[in-house]
Design a protein around this ligand. Structure first.
Ligand SMILES: *[C@@H]1O[C@H](CO)[C@@H](O)[C@H](O)[C@H]1NC(C)=O
Ligand SMILES: *[C@@H]1O[C@H](CO)[C@@H](O)[C@H](O)[C@H]1NC(C)=O
Ligand SMILES: *[C@@H]1O[C@H](CO)[C@@H](O)[C@H](O)[C@H]1NC(C)=O
Ligand SMILES: *[C@@H]1O[C@H](CO)[C@@H](O)[C@H](O)[C@H]1NC(C)=O
Ligand SMILES: *[C@@H]1O[C@H](CO)[C@@H](O)[C@H](O)[C@H]1NC(C)=O
Ligand SMILES: *[C@@H]1O[C@H](CO)[C@@H](O)[C@H](O)[C@H]1NC(C)=O
Ligand SMILES: *[C@@H]1O[C@H](CO)[C@@H](O)[C@H](O)[C@H]1NC(C)=O
Length: 298
Protein backbone atom coordinates (compact mmCIF):
# COMPACT_ATOMS: atom_id res chain seq x y z
CA UNK A 1 0.00 0.00 0.00
CA UNK A 2 2.87 2.41 0.85
CA UNK A 3 4.29 1.81 -2.60
CA UNK A 4 1.06 2.97 -4.27
CA UNK A 5 0.80 5.96 -1.94
CA UNK A 6 4.28 7.10 -3.02
CA UNK A 7 3.38 6.79 -6.69
CA UNK A 8 0.33 8.99 -6.21
CA UNK A 9 2.52 11.59 -4.55
CA UNK A 10 4.94 11.51 -7.49
CA UNK A 11 2.09 11.91 -10.02
CA UNK A 12 0.59 14.84 -8.12
CA UNK A 13 4.01 16.51 -7.89
CA UNK A 14 4.57 16.12 -11.64
CA UNK A 15 1.14 17.61 -12.46
CA UNK A 16 1.69 20.53 -10.07
CA UNK A 17 5.14 21.30 -11.47
CA UNK A 18 3.74 21.22 -15.03
CA UNK A 19 1.11 23.76 -14.05
CA UNK A 20 3.52 26.04 -12.20
CA UNK A 21 6.13 25.94 -14.99
CA UNK A 22 3.51 27.00 -17.55
CA UNK A 23 2.46 29.82 -15.21
CA UNK A 24 6.06 30.99 -14.77
CA UNK A 25 6.57 30.90 -18.53
CA UNK A 26 3.42 32.96 -18.99
CA UNK A 27 4.59 35.72 -16.69
CA UNK A 28 8.06 35.65 -18.25
CA UNK A 29 6.60 36.25 -21.71
CA UNK A 30 5.12 39.64 -20.88
CA UNK A 31 7.40 42.24 -22.44
CA UNK A 32 6.23 45.71 -21.48
CA UNK A 33 7.53 48.41 -23.81
CA UNK A 34 6.59 51.25 -21.49
CA UNK A 35 8.74 49.91 -18.68
CA UNK A 36 11.50 49.35 -21.27
CA UNK A 37 11.38 53.08 -22.21
CA UNK A 38 11.40 54.01 -18.52
CA UNK A 39 14.31 51.66 -17.88
CA UNK A 40 16.46 53.26 -20.60
CA UNK A 41 15.44 56.76 -19.51
CA UNK A 42 16.67 56.04 -16.00
CA UNK A 43 19.78 54.30 -17.29
CA UNK A 44 20.65 57.33 -19.44
CA UNK A 45 20.27 59.70 -16.51
CA UNK A 46 22.49 57.52 -14.33
CA UNK A 47 25.13 56.97 -16.99
CA UNK A 48 25.40 60.47 -18.53
CA UNK A 49 25.18 63.00 -15.73
CA UNK A 50 26.60 66.05 -17.57
CA UNK A 51 25.55 65.76 -21.21
CA UNK A 52 26.91 68.26 -23.73
CA UNK A 53 24.26 69.81 -25.92
CA UNK A 54 24.33 68.54 -29.49
CA UNK A 55 26.49 65.48 -28.72
CA UNK A 56 25.17 62.00 -29.45
CA UNK A 57 25.74 59.42 -26.73
CA UNK A 58 25.37 55.65 -26.94
CA UNK A 59 23.72 54.19 -23.86
CA UNK A 60 25.36 50.94 -22.77
CA UNK A 61 23.10 47.91 -23.06
CA UNK A 62 22.87 45.42 -20.16
CA UNK A 63 23.58 41.84 -21.13
CA UNK A 64 19.94 40.81 -20.77
CA UNK A 65 19.06 43.23 -23.63
CA UNK A 66 21.93 42.40 -26.00
CA UNK A 67 20.86 43.20 -29.56
CA UNK A 68 19.25 46.58 -28.81
CA UNK A 69 20.87 49.94 -29.57
CA UNK A 70 20.04 53.13 -27.71
CA UNK A 71 21.43 56.60 -28.41
CA UNK A 72 20.46 59.94 -27.01
CA UNK A 73 21.07 63.63 -27.70
CA UNK A 74 20.16 66.91 -26.01
CA UNK A 75 19.25 69.88 -28.23
CA UNK A 76 18.20 73.45 -27.68
CA UNK A 77 14.74 73.96 -29.13
CA UNK A 78 15.45 77.09 -31.18
CA UNK A 79 18.36 75.71 -33.25
CA UNK A 80 16.41 72.47 -33.47
CA UNK A 81 13.51 74.40 -35.10
CA UNK A 82 15.90 75.97 -37.64
CA UNK A 83 18.01 72.95 -38.54
CA UNK A 84 16.22 69.77 -37.52
CA UNK A 85 18.41 66.80 -36.74
CA UNK A 86 19.52 63.90 -38.93
CA UNK A 87 20.86 60.91 -37.05
CA UNK A 88 20.79 57.18 -37.42
CA UNK A 89 17.48 55.97 -38.88
CA UNK A 90 15.57 59.25 -38.63
CA UNK A 91 15.54 62.56 -40.39
CA UNK A 92 13.83 65.29 -38.38
CA UNK A 93 13.47 68.24 -40.75
CA UNK A 94 13.36 71.91 -39.71
CA UNK A 95 10.20 73.58 -38.40
CA UNK A 96 9.28 71.02 -35.79
CA UNK A 97 8.17 72.40 -32.40
CA UNK A 98 8.26 70.49 -29.13
CA UNK A 99 4.86 70.31 -27.47
CA UNK A 100 4.60 71.57 -24.75
CA UNK A 101 7.41 73.98 -25.51
CA UNK A 102 10.61 73.43 -23.54
CA UNK A 103 13.99 75.12 -23.62
CA UNK A 104 15.90 71.92 -24.31
CA UNK A 105 14.71 68.59 -25.61
CA UNK A 106 16.32 65.16 -25.39
CA UNK A 107 15.73 62.71 -28.21
CA UNK A 108 16.10 59.01 -27.46
CA UNK A 109 16.70 56.73 -30.44
CA UNK A 110 15.79 53.11 -29.83
CA UNK A 111 16.60 50.21 -32.15
CA UNK A 112 14.99 47.13 -30.62
CA UNK A 113 16.78 44.81 -33.09
CA UNK A 114 15.95 41.15 -32.60
CA UNK A 115 13.80 42.03 -29.57
CA UNK A 116 11.29 43.98 -31.68
CA UNK A 117 8.56 41.36 -32.00
CA UNK A 118 8.75 40.64 -28.28
CA UNK A 119 7.65 44.18 -27.51
CA UNK A 120 5.53 45.20 -30.50
CA UNK A 121 3.04 43.31 -32.67
CA UNK A 122 0.26 44.06 -35.11
CA UNK A 123 -2.56 41.48 -35.16
CA UNK A 124 -2.60 39.54 -38.47
CA UNK A 125 0.67 41.16 -39.61
CA UNK A 126 4.31 40.07 -39.39
CA UNK A 127 7.17 42.42 -38.56
CA UNK A 128 9.77 42.52 -41.35
CA UNK A 129 12.01 45.28 -39.93
CA UNK A 130 13.31 46.19 -36.51
CA UNK A 131 11.22 48.55 -34.37
CA UNK A 132 12.74 52.04 -34.27
CA UNK A 133 11.69 54.27 -31.42
CA UNK A 134 11.93 58.04 -31.52
CA UNK A 135 11.15 59.53 -28.13
CA UNK A 136 11.22 63.17 -27.08
CA UNK A 137 11.71 64.39 -23.51
CA UNK A 138 12.04 67.61 -21.59
CA UNK A 139 15.73 67.99 -20.82
CA UNK A 140 17.08 70.24 -18.11
CA UNK A 141 19.82 70.50 -15.48
CA UNK A 142 17.59 68.44 -13.23
CA UNK A 143 17.48 65.45 -15.57
CA UNK A 144 18.87 64.62 -19.00
CA UNK A 145 15.71 62.62 -19.66
CA UNK A 146 12.75 64.40 -18.06
CA UNK A 147 9.03 64.32 -18.84
CA UNK A 148 7.84 62.85 -22.12
CA UNK A 149 6.79 65.43 -24.73
CA UNK A 150 5.64 65.40 -28.35
CA UNK A 151 6.11 67.44 -31.54
CA UNK A 152 4.04 69.76 -33.70
CA UNK A 153 5.00 69.55 -37.38
CA UNK A 154 4.96 72.94 -39.12
CA UNK A 155 6.98 71.82 -42.15
CA UNK A 156 7.73 68.41 -43.58
CA UNK A 157 7.05 65.26 -41.54
CA UNK A 158 9.76 63.18 -39.91
CA UNK A 159 11.12 60.34 -42.05
CA UNK A 160 12.25 56.96 -40.78
CA UNK A 161 14.62 54.93 -42.98
CA UNK A 162 14.69 51.16 -42.55
CA UNK A 163 18.00 49.56 -43.53
CA UNK A 164 16.79 46.22 -44.81
CA UNK A 165 13.72 44.05 -44.77
CA UNK A 166 13.77 40.55 -43.35
CA UNK A 167 12.79 37.56 -45.45
CA UNK A 168 9.06 36.92 -45.40
CA UNK A 169 6.75 34.28 -46.85
CA UNK A 170 4.46 36.64 -48.76
CA UNK A 171 5.73 38.82 -51.59
CA UNK A 172 3.49 41.69 -50.56
CA UNK A 173 4.92 45.19 -50.19
CA UNK A 174 5.57 46.09 -46.56
CA UNK A 175 3.47 48.83 -44.97
CA UNK A 176 4.48 51.21 -42.21
CA UNK A 177 3.18 50.62 -38.71
CA UNK A 178 3.31 53.29 -36.05
CA UNK A 179 2.72 52.48 -32.40
CA UNK A 180 1.55 55.54 -30.51
CA UNK A 181 2.13 56.07 -26.83
CA UNK A 182 -1.33 54.77 -25.93
CA UNK A 183 -0.56 51.48 -27.70
CA UNK A 184 -2.67 52.26 -30.77
CA UNK A 185 -1.36 51.07 -34.16
CA UNK A 186 -1.66 53.10 -37.38
CA UNK A 187 -0.83 51.58 -40.75
CA UNK A 188 0.22 53.68 -43.76
CA UNK A 189 1.97 53.19 -47.09
CA UNK A 190 5.70 53.73 -47.44
CA UNK A 191 6.53 57.07 -49.10
CA UNK A 192 9.76 55.71 -50.67
CA UNK A 193 11.19 52.19 -50.57
CA UNK A 194 11.63 51.36 -46.88
CA UNK A 195 10.90 54.91 -45.79
CA UNK A 196 8.02 55.80 -43.45
CA UNK A 197 6.70 59.21 -42.54
CA UNK A 198 6.08 60.17 -38.94
CA UNK A 199 4.07 62.96 -37.37
CA UNK A 200 5.29 62.63 -33.83
CA UNK A 201 7.25 60.57 -31.40
CA UNK A 202 6.58 56.87 -31.13
CA UNK A 203 7.76 53.51 -32.42
CA UNK A 204 7.88 52.61 -36.10
CA UNK A 205 8.36 49.42 -38.09
CA UNK A 206 7.43 47.69 -41.37
CA UNK A 207 4.90 44.86 -41.52
CA UNK A 208 3.42 42.52 -44.13
CA UNK A 209 0.07 40.75 -43.85
CA UNK A 210 0.50 37.32 -42.25
CA UNK A 211 -0.49 34.34 -44.32
CA UNK A 212 -3.84 33.03 -43.04
CA UNK A 213 -1.55 30.88 -41.03
CA UNK A 214 -1.60 28.20 -38.45
CA UNK A 215 -0.30 30.34 -35.62
CA UNK A 216 -3.76 31.05 -34.20
CA UNK A 217 -5.52 27.78 -34.95
CA UNK A 218 -2.29 25.97 -34.16
CA UNK A 219 -2.17 27.29 -30.63
CA UNK A 220 -5.88 26.57 -30.24
CA UNK A 221 -5.39 23.03 -31.49
CA UNK A 222 -2.47 22.64 -29.12
CA UNK A 223 -4.71 23.71 -26.24
CA UNK A 224 -7.45 21.33 -27.30
CA UNK A 225 -5.00 18.43 -27.47
CA UNK A 226 -3.66 19.37 -24.10
CA UNK A 227 -7.12 19.40 -22.53
CA UNK A 228 -8.12 16.21 -24.37
CA UNK A 229 -4.95 14.47 -23.20
CA UNK A 230 -5.66 15.54 -19.67
CA UNK A 231 -9.26 14.31 -19.75
CA UNK A 232 -8.32 10.99 -21.34
CA UNK A 233 -5.51 10.54 -18.86
CA UNK A 234 -7.79 11.31 -15.95
CA UNK A 235 -10.56 8.98 -17.13
CA UNK A 236 -7.93 6.29 -17.72
CA UNK A 237 -6.63 6.69 -14.19
CA UNK A 238 -10.14 6.47 -12.73
CA UNK A 239 -10.90 3.32 -14.74
CA UNK A 240 -7.59 1.82 -13.69
CA UNK A 241 -8.36 2.58 -10.05
CA UNK A 242 -11.84 1.00 -10.35
CA UNK A 243 -10.42 -2.12 -12.00
CA UNK A 244 -7.78 -2.44 -9.30
CA UNK A 245 -10.42 -2.01 -6.62
CA UNK A 246 -12.62 -4.68 -8.20
CA UNK A 247 -9.66 -7.06 -8.48
CA UNK A 248 -8.73 -6.52 -4.85
CA UNK A 249 -12.33 -7.11 -3.73
CA UNK A 250 -12.61 -10.23 -5.83
CA UNK A 251 -9.35 -11.60 -4.46
CA UNK A 252 -10.55 -10.93 -0.90
CA UNK A 253 -13.86 -12.68 -1.55
CA UNK A 254 -12.08 -15.71 -3.00
CA UNK A 255 -9.74 -15.85 -0.04
CA UNK A 256 -12.68 -15.65 2.36
CA UNK A 257 -14.51 -18.44 0.59
CA UNK A 258 -11.41 -20.58 0.57
CA UNK A 259 -10.97 -20.02 4.30
CA UNK A 260 -14.61 -20.90 4.91
CA UNK A 261 -14.29 -24.03 2.85
CA UNK A 262 -11.13 -25.04 4.69
CA UNK A 263 -12.63 -24.52 8.14
CA UNK A 264 -15.93 -26.22 7.37
CA UNK A 265 -14.47 -28.91 5.18
CA UNK A 266 -16.91 -30.68 2.84
CA UNK A 267 -19.85 -29.60 5.01
CA UNK A 268 -19.89 -26.00 3.70
CA UNK A 269 -22.44 -26.51 1.01
CA UNK A 270 -24.48 -29.06 2.88
CA UNK A 271 -25.08 -27.22 6.14
CA UNK A 272 -25.80 -23.78 7.58
CA UNK A 273 -26.23 -22.32 11.03
CA UNK A 274 -29.25 -20.86 12.77
CA UNK A 275 -28.26 -19.72 16.24
CA UNK A 276 -26.13 -22.58 17.49
CA UNK A 277 -27.83 -25.29 15.51
CA UNK A 278 -26.20 -26.71 12.41
CA UNK A 279 -28.87 -27.66 9.88
CA UNK A 280 -28.65 -29.68 6.70
CA UNK A 281 -29.06 -27.58 3.51
CA UNK A 282 -31.55 -28.23 0.74
CA UNK A 283 -29.96 -29.27 -2.53
CA UNK A 284 -31.17 -26.12 -4.47
CA UNK A 285 -29.01 -23.85 -2.29
CA UNK A 286 -25.88 -25.41 -3.71
CA UNK A 287 -26.34 -23.47 -6.97
CA UNK A 288 -26.68 -20.08 -5.25
CA UNK A 289 -23.76 -18.02 -3.80
CA UNK A 290 -23.39 -18.26 -0.06
CA UNK A 291 -24.08 -14.57 0.70
CA UNK A 292 -27.44 -14.66 -1.04
CA UNK A 293 -28.41 -17.65 1.01
CA UNK A 294 -27.82 -15.77 4.20
CA UNK A 295 -30.01 -12.88 3.01
CA UNK A 296 -32.77 -15.25 2.06
CA UNK A 297 -32.77 -16.74 5.49
CA UNK A 298 -33.00 -13.44 7.43
C1 LIG B 1 26.96 54.24 -31.31
O1 LIG B 1 26.81 52.88 -31.73
C2 LIG B 1 26.64 52.75 -33.13
C3 LIG B 1 26.40 51.29 -33.44
O2 LIG B 1 27.00 50.45 -32.54
C4 LIG B 1 27.90 53.27 -33.85
O3 LIG B 1 27.72 53.15 -35.25
C5 LIG B 1 28.08 54.75 -33.47
O4 LIG B 1 29.26 55.24 -34.04
C6 LIG B 1 28.13 54.91 -31.97
N1 LIG B 1 28.11 56.35 -31.66
C7 LIG B 1 28.85 56.90 -30.72
C8 LIG B 1 28.67 58.35 -30.50
O5 LIG B 1 29.60 56.22 -30.02
C1 LIG C 1 17.66 43.39 -17.19
O1 LIG C 1 18.59 43.74 -16.19
C2 LIG C 1 18.27 44.92 -15.50
C3 LIG C 1 19.41 45.20 -14.54
O2 LIG C 1 20.63 45.23 -15.23
C4 LIG C 1 16.94 44.78 -14.79
O3 LIG C 1 16.61 45.99 -14.14
C5 LIG C 1 15.87 44.44 -15.80
O4 LIG C 1 14.63 44.20 -15.16
C6 LIG C 1 16.26 43.20 -16.58
N1 LIG C 1 15.27 42.99 -17.60
C7 LIG C 1 14.86 41.79 -17.99
C8 LIG C 1 13.80 41.72 -19.04
O5 LIG C 1 15.34 40.78 -17.52
C1 LIG D 1 19.40 38.94 -29.80
O1 LIG D 1 20.72 38.62 -30.23
C2 LIG D 1 21.69 38.59 -29.20
C3 LIG D 1 23.04 38.26 -29.80
O2 LIG D 1 23.30 39.13 -30.87
C4 LIG D 1 21.31 37.54 -28.15
O3 LIG D 1 22.22 37.56 -27.08
C5 LIG D 1 19.92 37.81 -27.64
O4 LIG D 1 19.52 36.79 -26.76
C6 LIG D 1 18.93 37.89 -28.78
N1 LIG D 1 17.64 38.25 -28.25
C7 LIG D 1 16.54 37.57 -28.53
C8 LIG D 1 15.28 38.05 -27.95
O5 LIG D 1 16.56 36.59 -29.25
C1 LIG E 1 18.70 66.75 -42.63
O1 LIG E 1 18.40 66.34 -43.94
C2 LIG E 1 17.53 67.21 -44.61
C3 LIG E 1 17.23 66.65 -45.97
O2 LIG E 1 17.60 65.32 -46.08
C4 LIG E 1 18.15 68.58 -44.74
O3 LIG E 1 17.23 69.48 -45.34
C5 LIG E 1 18.51 69.11 -43.35
O4 LIG E 1 19.21 70.31 -43.48
C6 LIG E 1 19.38 68.11 -42.63
N1 LIG E 1 19.63 68.58 -41.29
C7 LIG E 1 20.80 68.51 -40.70
C8 LIG E 1 20.89 69.04 -39.29
O5 LIG E 1 21.78 68.02 -41.25
C1 LIG F 1 -7.33 38.57 -37.88
O1 LIG F 1 -7.83 37.66 -38.85
C2 LIG F 1 -8.88 36.86 -38.37
C3 LIG F 1 -9.32 35.92 -39.48
O2 LIG F 1 -8.31 35.73 -40.42
C4 LIG F 1 -10.06 37.73 -37.93
O3 LIG F 1 -11.06 36.91 -37.39
C5 LIG F 1 -9.58 38.71 -36.88
O4 LIG F 1 -10.63 39.60 -36.53
C6 LIG F 1 -8.42 39.50 -37.39
N1 LIG F 1 -7.92 40.36 -36.32
C7 LIG F 1 -7.77 41.67 -36.46
C8 LIG F 1 -7.31 42.41 -35.27
O5 LIG F 1 -8.00 42.24 -37.52
C1 LIG G 1 10.94 71.00 -18.15
O1 LIG G 1 11.90 71.01 -17.10
C2 LIG G 1 12.07 72.27 -16.48
C3 LIG G 1 13.19 72.15 -15.46
O2 LIG G 1 12.93 71.11 -14.55
C4 LIG G 1 10.75 72.71 -15.83
O3 LIG G 1 10.90 73.99 -15.26
C5 LIG G 1 9.67 72.72 -16.90
O4 LIG G 1 8.43 73.03 -16.30
C6 LIG G 1 9.59 71.40 -17.61
N1 LIG G 1 8.63 71.49 -18.69
C7 LIG G 1 7.74 70.59 -18.92
C8 LIG G 1 6.82 70.84 -20.08
O5 LIG G 1 7.64 69.57 -18.25
C1 LIG H 1 -1.72 52.17 -50.06
O1 LIG H 1 -1.51 51.91 -51.42
C2 LIG H 1 -2.49 51.07 -52.02
C3 LIG H 1 -2.09 50.84 -53.45
O2 LIG H 1 -0.78 50.40 -53.55
C4 LIG H 1 -3.85 51.73 -51.93
O3 LIG H 1 -4.83 50.87 -52.46
C5 LIG H 1 -4.17 52.01 -50.46
O4 LIG H 1 -5.38 52.72 -50.36
C6 LIG H 1 -3.07 52.82 -49.81
N1 LIG H 1 -3.32 52.95 -48.40
C7 LIG H 1 -3.23 54.10 -47.74
C8 LIG H 1 -3.52 54.05 -46.30
O5 LIG H 1 -2.89 55.12 -48.31
Amino acid sequence: MGFFYKWWQVIICVILSLFSSSLVEGSHMSYDHESLDAFFGKKTNKEISRPRTGVFYNVSIPSNFTGMEISVVRLRSVPFWFRGVNYSFSNIPPRIVPRPNVVRIAILYENLGNWSSHYYNVPNYTLVAPVFGLMAYNSSKRAFIGEKIDFIIQGDPITIQFPHVMQHETNSTPVCAKFSVGGKVELSNMTKPYVCEGHGQGHYTLVVPSLPSHTNSGSKRFNIWWVLGFVIGFVGLVILALVLLALVKDAKRRKLRKLERNSEGGELFDTFWIGETKLPLASMIRTKPALENEDAIR
